[in-house]
Design a protein around this ligand. Structure first.
Ligand code: DP6
Length: 315
């Protein structure tokens, strides 16, 4: 029986992706740059089956995004019906990007189980067709994604061991987000007066971020990443009807991180399409940041992670 298991880590963008230039090919309108969360993972097992079954975190599901992706893969490769089991060791659907690690792990598992012989570039392409951010989870460390005409260039800027940073995630809700990323970014493109300004600002931020990461310049990276996060959420807020992902605890955490930064601690925040706050800090500040965020009103729990490596095959 042809089968394989692979895992991938989620990633968080420091320069955010929010908007597509091509919906069909799922090409982001702007470049983005992310870090890989090595202590969190999604594991995907795939095997040939008499009927197609998808089990996500222990539940049989009909996942429209996954079904559409499998259809695309089948246009190019002769795949049998599949039994897919995918599980994450972190909360899904809440801005922690389980679709990124999920599509990355699944791409690697399918490629290995059915000997598709996908190159690293092909893996990034297939992962991206599932979810834009998934292409970044194929690589590890600091990863750049740059749109090209009908594809994207995905590359590692620094490997996981090059810069000892830590990520502290403050979980501020146990509810799934109300609007998913795909629908949300389409809405922002169609119904925010700020969309063009967002695209311009993001292109500039990406170029500056590349330099800051290569130079391991924490303070510059902190400024660029926080600005990109706030600009994305300003775009979301200016979308009609508004996309509001933050809650009171998110704002409490922003205040705490800003306070720590003012006290000289090397830490900055970023927030995706959900209410959790991710604090990125120098590794020796991790326990202080973690303790501080744990004590904030509205924070349910805190998860810490170091920067991790690429998606990998297990068996
Ligand atoms: C806020 O990659 O989930 O996390 O390509 O439509 O699947 P689709 O979107 P997705 O969007 C990620 C949005 C984000 C920012 C980011 O990761 O860059």
């Amino acid at each position: 029986m042809q089968a394989a298991t692979a895992y991938a880590h989620p990633n968080i963008a420091l320069v955010k992706y929010w908007g597509k230039s091509d919906d069909e090919l799922n090409i982001p309108a702007t470049p983005s740059l992310a870090i890989t969360l090595g202590d969190l993972r999604t594991t995907s097992h795939v095997e040939e089956s008499a009927s197609e079954v998808v089990v996500l975190d222990g539940e049989v599901v009909n996942d429209a995004k996954l079904e559409r992706w499998l259809e695309l893969v089948r246009k190019q490769y002769d795949l049998p019906l599949l039994h897919i089991e995918s599980s994450s060791d972190f909360p899904a659907s809440s801005g922690l990007a389980s679709s990124a690690s999920g599509f990355a792990a699944l791409t690697v598992a399918i490629s290995n189980a059915f000997d598709l012989g996908l190159s690293l570039e092909d893996q990034c392409d297939w992962a991206r067709l599932g979810s834009g951010s998934a292409a970044r989870s194929i690589h590890g460390g600091f990863v750049a994604l740059e749109p090209e005409e009908d594809t994207c260039r995905v590359s590692q800027v620094l490997d996981a061991s090059a810069w000892d940073l830590s990520i502290v995630i403050a979980i501020t809700s146990d509810r799934a987000k109300t609007t998913g990323s795909t629908a949300g970014m389409t809405a922002s493109r169609d119904a925010s007066p700020f969309y063009d300004g967002w695209l311009r600002a993001t292109m500039e931020a990406f170029d500056q971020c590349l330099v800051a990461v290569r130079d391991k310049d924490f303070d510059t990276l902190a400024r660029i990443a926080e600005a990109s996060c706030r600009q994305m959420h300003a775009l979301m807020l200016s979308t009609e009807p508004a996309l509001i992902y933050w809650n009171a605890a998110t704002l409490n955490c922003i205040e705490a991180v800003t306070g720590m930064h003012e006290d000289g601690i090397k830490v900055f925040y970023t927030i995706d399409a959900g209410s959790h706050l991710k604090a990125v800090c120098e590794a020796d500040a991790e326990s202080h940041v973690s303790e501080r965020l744990s004590g904030i009103e509205g924070v349910h729990s805190v998860i810490t992670s170091r920067i991790g490596g690429p998606a990998r095959i297990l068996v």
